[in-house]
Write a protein that binds this ligand. Structure first.
Ligand SMILES: C[S@@+](CC[C@H](N)C(=O)[O-])C[C@H]1O[C@@H](n2cnc3c(N)ncnc32)[C@H](O)[C@@H]1O
Length: 287
């Protein structure tokens, strides 16, 4: 890895091939460290090309020539920090992702009819909290159940998209015909090929920015159900345990914590008890 300018004046990047911008190992390491400090996200060595392609857009937008210049810009312009974070988070999600959790949520609601508070703590572009809201509506049979749904993410770009509630037809292709009819309006004219969540569903979800690694969350407990899926995988063990500890403190003993498929909590037996299907209960709780 080196940052020599090539014969054609193009830079040699971290990949050892000609690239638009100079990107050296030391800049990659600084970016990783900064991202870890700001978000808790740990990037593996293999993520160099991902970092390059995602931040190259910022360099182009800011008319900068090297990653070193970008780091200097970031240092002197605190307002760039959010774009830096938004560029480097991975926001993959879908409606009813890991769908086995939703009948289990319905079942939980039937056993704990409310009032309930549900927190979707890494809500990305909104598919997850709206799937929760649809499940709640189906469980109660109405759009004004005694359930508060809070959705949060660190990334302001995805939160903006989530609030708009506009998706492509492809995004909703796996929903039942009934769900599509009940929960979405089809776009017409310029919005052909898109759908928007119906206002009754949209108003059930409140979106806000929360950085899970910050020690103050603007949230009030008790929170009965916490969805924290496919975000802990980006954090190291101490960060995971710290976040889990703080989440568990917000939950009643009857609460449930819903994790992603590859998120397990070895070493957290003092905090949570597994109930199966990557659902956990605070220690000492009784369903
Ligand atoms: C892969 S998506 C998962 C979305 C959804 N939970 C799901 O399972 O489909 C991970 C989300 O975590 C968010 N995230 C990453 N670090 C975060 C942090 N420190 N605090 C809050 N959200 C974070 C990212 O912005 C991203 O939207």
């Amino acid at each position: 890895m080196n940052g020599r300018a090539s014969r054609k004046g193009r830079a040699v990047s971290v990949f050892g091939e000609e690239k638009e911008f100079t990107f050296r190992r030391q800049e990659f390491d600084k970016i990783r460290e900064l991202l870890y400090q700001k978000t808790g996200i740990r990037l593996a060595d293999s993520k160099d090309s991902m970092v390059y392609s995602r931040l190259a857009r910022r360099l182009r937008a800011l008319k900068l020539k090297t990653f070193s210049e970008y780091l200097g810009y970031l240092h002197s312009h605190p307002s760039e920090e959010q774009s830096f974070i938004d560029s480097l988070t991975t926001n993959l999600t879908s409606f009813f992702r890991e769908k086995h959790h939703f009948p289990l949520l319905k079942d939980y609601i039937h056993r704990h009819p409310g009032p309930l508070k549900i927190w979707c703590s890494a809500s990305s572009t909104g598919e997850e909290p709206y799937s929760i809201a649809m499940t709640v509506v189906e469980a109660y049979g109405c759009f004004n159940p005694p359930v508060e749904i809070i959705a949060s993410d660190i990334d302001t770009t995805v939160l903006q998209k989530a609030k708009q509630g506009v998706y492509s037809l492809d995004n909703v292709k796996n929903l039942s015909v009934e769900q599509k009819k009940r929960f979405f309006h089809k776009g017409v004219g310029a919005n052909q090929g898109k759908v928007r969540v119906v206002p009754e569903l949209a108003k059930m979800v409140t979106f806000q920015q929360i950085n899970l690694t910050h020690n103050k969350w603007a949230l009030k407990g008790p929170i009965d159900v916490i969805f924290c899926r496919n975000v802990m995988i980006y954090f190291d063990k101490p960060t995971q345990l710290e976040i889990l500890t703080r989440m568990v403190r917000l939950m009643p003993k009857t609460g449930i914590y819903i994790a992603g498929h590859s998120e397990t909590f070895a070493g957290a037996g003092h905090l949570v008890t597994p109930l199966g299907n990557t659902i956990y209960q605070p220690v000492g709780g009784g369903r």
